[in-house]
Design a protein around this ligand. Structure first.
Ligand SMILES: NC(=O)c1ccc[n+]([C@@H]2O[C@H](COP(=O)([O-])OP(=O)(O)OC[C@H]3O[C@@H](n4cnc5c(N)ncnc54)[C@H](O)[C@@H]3O)[C@@H](O)[C@H]2O)c1
Length: 419
């Protein structure tokens, strides 16, 4: 069991109410700046760790945007943020950053179990929000965040950058043009490898990662109390209390892409098997995974993942009666041995005898630049909260099935007090 159920309910209902109440109040009092086309968007970040530092660079590259604040519970990360963006004001407590009136938009790149708190607090403070994937650690939290986002007038985007890809545009068009026909099966996979003895994701523990330099209680953020543990803090991805393992780290990107291409609702049922097979290094989350997701109208999707073989990289295949859409990243072609990347369409000759193979042509957008532009224009970003919600629910259904060792329907998953 992760967070205590009573604590979780209290947290979700109080912060969700807070987000809604504060959102209305801020709008009524005209607290938010109305940005003109040439105004600089002023950005703060919560959790400038590995991913967060990439996001800081993205903001600094985006037109007319600047980083002005960073909050992190670990002093080393605050120093690193300052090195990247010397003008940032630094905080340990994210709420002090949210108090700043001149912050227009906030990036959330904290560990998964902190996402909901940071998401809801950011909206409650009346800021626009770029929240890293997976949107939340549980279905219950995803419900609360979706509701808060819908009720606020803030721009909310999720760090599902494949939603800004040209491949999404082309694949949607091919489906719309009827090139794929009846689709009954989607096969997707993601594979990586590491030198034997060194598990995927395991990071070295810096010497300064000590209780003096880390606000450990703030990191725990309501998870079961325990004494300071540098390994859990740095390698939070390996533990269920803070992580959802590889389905929330990577499947979520692929499932969100497919859901958007085909306009899929949340799955009707999920089954996931696998285990800690590659490296038995104390991790709790599986490194070898096979997921089956059922969707309405006769459609099944499979996702498989290993951390001890990388030959076929990452891929998604939408298999239709009239053709296949294939999206690859670094997959070794079985025949030529070449590494293949990109989007292609292959006709099924039995139903489209004259058709030819196609390659994706559309240019994607920069995901961060899209968000910054939306903060100014108030249009909907490329990865709206709603795709964050659907993809999070799919990932959590898979994990719930794995941990309960049985197939779960959407209704059962919603009812099960997640884990
Ligand atoms: N979109 C992508 O392609 C992509 C890629 C990598 C990671 N991510 C996501 O980004 C998030 C962060 O991953 P990471 O690898 O950067 O992790 P990380 O551990 O490197 O960074 C997390 C940061 O949050 C800080 N932190 C922890 N608790 C906090 C709290 N309560 N308040 C403020 N700061 C806190 C940590 O000190 C750390 O600096 C995850 O959700 C991950 O899934 C997304």
């Amino acid at each position: 069991m992760g967070i205590d159920n009573n604590d979780r309910r209290k947290f979700l209902s109080s912060t969700a109410r807070g987000a809604v109440g504060a959102g209305l109040m801020l709008t009524a009092s005209g607290w938010n700046r109305v940005l003109g086309a040439n105004d600089r968007v002023r950005v703060g970040i919560i959790g400038p760790g590995a991913r967060g530092q990439e996001l800081i660079k993205d903001v600094m590259r985006a037109p007319n945007a600047e980083m002005i604040a960073a909050a992190d519970v670990y002093s080393r990360r605050r120093d690193e943020a300052k090195n990247l963006a010397p003008d940032v004001k630094l905080f340990s407590d994210h709420r002090r950053l949210l108090d700043l009136k001149d912050v227009d938009a906030v990036l959330v790149a904290s560990p998964l179990h902190c996402h909901a708190r940071h998401f809801l607090d950011t909206l409650a403070a009346g800021k626009d929000l770029y929240a890293e994937k997976t949107m939340t650690w549980s279905i219950e939290e995803a419900d609360a965040c979706l509701q808060a986002a819908k009720r606020s007038n803030r721009v909310v985007t999720i760090g599902l950058q494949h939603q800004s890809s040209g491949e999404l545009i082309d694949a949607k068009q091919w489906i719309k043009d009827g090139l794929v026909g009846k689709i009954t099966h989607i096969e997707t996979w993601m594979s990586r490898n590491t030198p034997r003895g060194r598990g995927q994701w395991v990071r070295p523990l810096p010497q300064d990662c000590t209780p003096d330099n880390v606000d450990w209680d703030a990191f725990l953020s309501g998870r079961p109390k325990r004494t300071f543990d540098a390994n859990r803090f740095i390698n939070w991805r390996l533990f269920w209390d803070y992580s959802g393992g590889n389905v929330t780290e990577n499947m979520v990107h692929q499932i969100a892409w497919t859901m958007r291409v085909l306009d899929l609702p949340v799955p009707t049922a999920a089954y996931m098997s696998g285990g800690v097979f590659s490296e038995k290094d104390g991790r709790e989350v599986p490194d070898t995974i096979a997921v089956t997701l059922d969707f309405p109208d006769d459609l099944v999707l499979t996702w498989q993942s290993t951390f001890s073989n990388s030959r076929y990289g990452i891929g998604d295949r939408i298999l239709g009666s009239h053709g296949t859409i294939e999206r690859l990243a670094g997959s070794t072609d079985m025949v030529t041995g070449r590494s293949l990347t990109g989007l292609r369409y292959y006709p099924e000759k039995v139903n489209r005898a004259e058709a030819a193979m196609l390659e994706g042509q559309s240019k994607g957008a920069n995901h961060m630049a899209d968000f910054i532009e939306c903060v100014r224009s108030r249009r909907e970003p490329n990865a709206p909260v709603e795709i964050g919600y659907r993809s999070a629910v799919a990932a959590h259904m898979a994990n719930i099935s794995y941990r309960q060792k049985q197939r779960v329907t959407f209704e059962e998953a919603k009812q099960s007090a997640r884990i």
